[in-house]
Ligand binder design. Structure first.
Ligand SMILES: CC(C)(COP(=O)(O)OP(=O)(O)OC[C@H]1O[C@@H](n2cnc3c(N)ncnc32)[C@H](O)[C@@H]1OP(=O)(O)O)[C@@H](O)C(=O)NCCC(=O)NCCS
Length: 152
């Protein structure tokens, strides 16, 4: 993490009552929010008190997983929270036996490139990842597809 923000932020597993707040953050950021309820067990949220100020999730398919829905509330961006959420979800992926992470992004390729992800052709992802809704229908063809090993 970079310089800590001046407010106390806690990263925890998401709860059912967090879904509406996660959806609101994703909608504000113009990101897909479909399917969060289905994958909630693999979502993390960042909270200030009871307020959800960030989120990130996984969709696990064998030893591969889609990293999705990374978002930080606009007023808290640039303070290291995105990096903290990314590091925590990578550690969660490792604990689940995931070996490769994949993602699609239209907005944050630079952010992920600095965190170990490299761009790959969209056609080079495993079938389980290609079958996710993000790949099939939610993300535009122009989105950058990226990959990293969980343990480089
Ligand atoms: C992408 C996103 C999650 C990053 O979250 P964040 O909390 O701003 O990320 P961080 O603060 O950890 O890092 C962001 C950048 O700000 C820089 N930064 C950190 N602290 C800073 C500070 N005090 N002042 C200025 N910049 C700072 C970091 O160095 C980093 O730059 P880098 O990527 O060149 O290394 C956030 O911008 C966001 O929610 N965007 C909209 C949704 C989105 O695009 N999500 C990705 C979907 S795939």
């Amino acid at each position: 993490m970079k310089a800590p923000p001046s407010v106390r932020i806690v990263v925890k597993s998401a709860r059912a009552e967090d879904v509406a707040a996660i959806v609101a953050l994703l909608q504000d950021a113009g990101l897909p929010h479909e399917g969060i309820g289905t994958h909630l067990n693999e979502f993390l949220v960042a909270r200030v008190g009871e307020e959800v100020v960030g989120a990130v999730g996984l969709e696990v398919h064998g030893t591969a997983a889609l990293l999705r829905s990374l978002v930080v509330a606009p007023e808290l961006r640039g303070k290291g929270l995105g990096e903290g959420l990314t590091g925590t979800i990578v550690a969660r992926a490792a604990s689940l036996g995931v070996q490769q992470l994949y993602l699609l992004t239209t907005t944050a390729a630079h952010f992920f490139a600095r965190r170990g992800f490299t761009a790959i052709a969209r056609g080079n992802v495993p079938a389980g990842i290609a079958g996710t809704e993000e790949f099939k229908s939610l993300c535009p063809a122009s989105a950058v597809c990226m990959q990293r090993l969980v343990k480089p």
